[in-house]
Design a protein around this ligand. Structure first.
Ligand code: F0G
Length: 434
């Protein structure tokens, strides 16, 4: 693996200290906290946070989870619950069943609001404070709204979330609602919600905290830093591949940036960079299409459908940042069916790891790639599971065992467990009477 595009030699704009914004399209540099910027004011390209120095692993210390990595972030600390420090589980049965040398699952569902979005929000809300904004907003298939509502509440800021009507899992709405966000249900899909929230942000009505916001991705880089540090401590080497579900491709872009910065500082050899492997649902797979067709950007899919509502996204805004990451690390992208996602959700649950459907896409995708021979059986792989099972209780109940009705009687329960019929009927009622 040698094709990694390094950040340009740091050339801060005049007056910038050690952090600034860089447009990935036109290369223009911008001061970070003078005005509120989401995209490049010159060409509307995506912005990326750049630093004068990039840290090595020795510079990370403390156990403040995400903020352990403050040397790689724009601030020393943030509005924290705290987030990060999630488990890197061994999954021996799944590892043997799928057939790779080493399989670990990084369960991001164990963050404070149950998804990786907390890592981005702790940094994003810190920046919002720096900019003195008073209203935060995001479009969401659910998880960012839950995270933003919690972090907004923690910071004492007003929070607005725009959700696609009827297409958000119950747990996520409940979170946004109880944490006090104003919930606007839009008659449209996620991509429409993102268009609306961008309009609101451009009119100065709200500070946008979708992954279009470059600071969100800074927080999400810490997923990569944790994986590399932990895997190396346990195995003495870095993993060959990281497999993750892809919606807006924010995490893919964040991991790619994490690797580039480590290569830049000399902490990671170019040959040790894990292959970024994205998984989408078949009904919402513009990134997979772009990889397969060798396109520079994605085509917008207007009709998207999948059980994995968190990644029911047809216009991944971070594609220009993420596609080079998949290509340059030697990774790939694959689409999986809803049935494959549900099977993988059951497989993970069978190892004690409860995830929402989108999360299980990573494991479903890995299984498919190994079966096709595109991932070798000698690889060390980390699958990212992005959200907790309780986010989508309906999907979990549909994928799991049916509850069994039994009489309020221990002998009947034992008979039922032994496979004898006791539930209803005359016999059951007579038994209970005598
Ligand atoms: N998994 C879960 C559980 C998610 O909520 C999301 C994103 C993803 C994966 C995809 O991550 O966008 O970085 O590629 N959900 C957003 C949302 C877009 O609104 O909930 P990505």
């Amino acid at each position: 693996m040698t094709g990694l595009t390094l950040p340009d030699r740091p050339t801060p704009p005049e007056e910038a200290d050690d952090v600034w914004l860089h447009c990935i399209d036109c290369g223009e540099q911008h001061l970070p906290f003078e005005e509120v910027l989401f995209t490049c004011p010159d060409c509307d390209g995506l912005l990326e946070v750049r630093y004068a120095e990039y840290p090595t692993f020795d510079e990370f210390d403390g156990d403040e989870r995400v903020w352990r990595y403050s040397a790689a972030l724009p601030f020393e600390s943030g509005v924290s619950l705290p987030e990060g420090g999630t488990q890197l589980h061994e999954v021996p049965r799944l590892e043997t069943d799928i057939g790779v040398r080493n399989l670990r699952v990084k369960h991001e569902g164990m963050n404070p609001t149950g998804s990786f979005k907390d890592r981005g929000m702790t940094v994003g809300v810190r920046v919002a404070r720096e900019l003195n904004v008073d209203r935060l907003a995001c479009a969401s298939t659910g998880n960012p709204s839950a995270a933003l509502a919690a972090y907004g509440a923690r910071a004492g800021l007003e929070t607005l979330v725009l959700l696609p009507e009827g297409n958000v899992a119950a747990g996520k709405i409940a979170q946004a609602s109880l944490h006090g966000a104003r919930i606007l249900e839009v008659d449209g899909n996620f991509d429409d919600c993102l268009d609306r929230v961008q309009d609101l942000a451009n009119r100065g009505e709200a500070y946008l905290l979708n992954s279009l916001n470059p600071y969100r991705l800074e927080g999400q880089k810490t997923i990569g830093l944790e994986i590399l540090e932990r895997f190396r401590d346990e195995e003495g080497r870095f993993p060959d591949r990281i497999v993750l579900p892809v919606g807006n491709a924010g995490n893919t872009a964040a991991l790619y940036k994490c690797f580039r910065e480590l290569v830049h500082s000399g902490a990671l050899a170019p040959g040790d960079v894990p292959k970024l492997t994205g998984v989408q649902a078949e009904g919402a797979a513009p990134m997979v299409e772009a990889i397969e067709e060798g396109r520079e950007d994605t085509r917008r899919w207007t009709d998207v459908e999948t059980i994995a509502t968190a990644i029911r996204i047809g216009n991944p805004v971070n594609a220009p940042k993420a596609l080079p990451g998949i290509r340059e690390t030697g990774g790939t992208a694959v689409a999986v069916s809803d049935a494959e996602i549900t099977d993988a959700q059951r497989d993970l649950a069978g190892e004690g790891i409860g995830v929402e459907p989108a999360s299980a896409a990573s494991v479903a995708g890995l299984r498919k790639l190994v079966a096709r021979g595109e991932v070798s059986t000698g690889e060390d792989v980390v699958c990212l599971t992005t959200g907790h099972l309780l986010k989508d209780p309906d999907a979990a109940a549909a994928a799991g065992n049916e509850p069994e009705g039994v009489p309020n009687d221990t002998d009947d329960i034992l008979r039922h467990l032994a496979g004898q019929s006791v539930g209803g009927g005359l016999l059951g009622r007579l038994r209970r009477l005598f």
